[in-house]
Design a protein. Structure first.
Length: 214
């Protein structure tokens, strides 16, 4: 497959590129400032500003990609940017029949003990200082309002951090998952495994999540 990754130099994007390339897929690494180190044999770096809707349309419209993975993030969180970039990708992908996988925020998930309570509003899982980072609800709604695009929104668990690739994870839908130890976490490496698995073999659900599995 040919997979485009928007946000290629970020924590998740870089690992998705490595995972997809290692599996033999052709990867287009899209970022504002492509990494200086030499990419893998299957990876083509492309300089692009995700804020520039016209540039996104031009690159994806001519890329011949089978799927695009959106991993863009900002610090501090710029919700307008995230929504705009996601909408631009969906607009381009829809007429091309291109699958879109958006790596969003855990805050859009439902609480396991109260499905009416979003994780973003549940201090048990998301401390107040992390709420803006975890939210992602507006980004999910942007996907849901785009009737023509083939998309899936992947919410990470409550804690996502660099770690090791074990290849083990449990998949769920729109409710936060916890492991046997009660923790809701996954390494960025194993999240990348889940991303590429979903691109290779899409499920039926539009909103999914994963958690580390021992």
């Amino acid at each position: 497959m040919t997979i485009a990754v928007l946000g290629a130099t970020g924590m998740v994007g870089a690992r998705v590129i490595g995972e997809a390339g290692a599996r033999g897929h052709r990867v287009l690494a899209l970022s504002r400032k492509p990494a200086g180190e030499a990419p893998g044999a299957n990876v083509t770096p492309v300089a692009i500003d995700a804020n520039d809707g016209d540039a996104v349309r031009e690159v994806l419209g001519t890329a011949g990609a089978d799927a695009v993975v959106v991993t863009v993030r900002t610090d501090p969180v710029d919700q307008e940017f995230l929504v705009g970039a996601t909408r631009s990708v969906l607009d381009v992908a829809a007429p091309l029949g291109m699958r879109v996988l958006v790596v969003g925020g855990a805050g859009a998930l439902r609480s396991p003990d109260d499905r009416d309570l979003r994780i973003a509003d549940n201090p048990v899982y998301v401390p107040a200082e992390l709420k803006p980072v975890a939210a992602g609800i507006a980004q999910l709604r942007t996907c849901q309002s785009h009737a023509d695009a083939d998309w899936v929104y992947l919410s990470p668990p409550a804690l996502l951090e660099p770690g090791e690739r074990t290849g083990r994870y449990r998949r769920g839908t729109d409710t936060l998952l916890t492991g046997a130890d009660g923790r809701s976490w996954i390494s960025a490496e194993d999240l990348a495994v889940a991303v590429v698995d979903e691109v290779e073999a899409p499920g039926r659900e539009r909103h999914i999540t994963v958690v580390h599995s021992a």
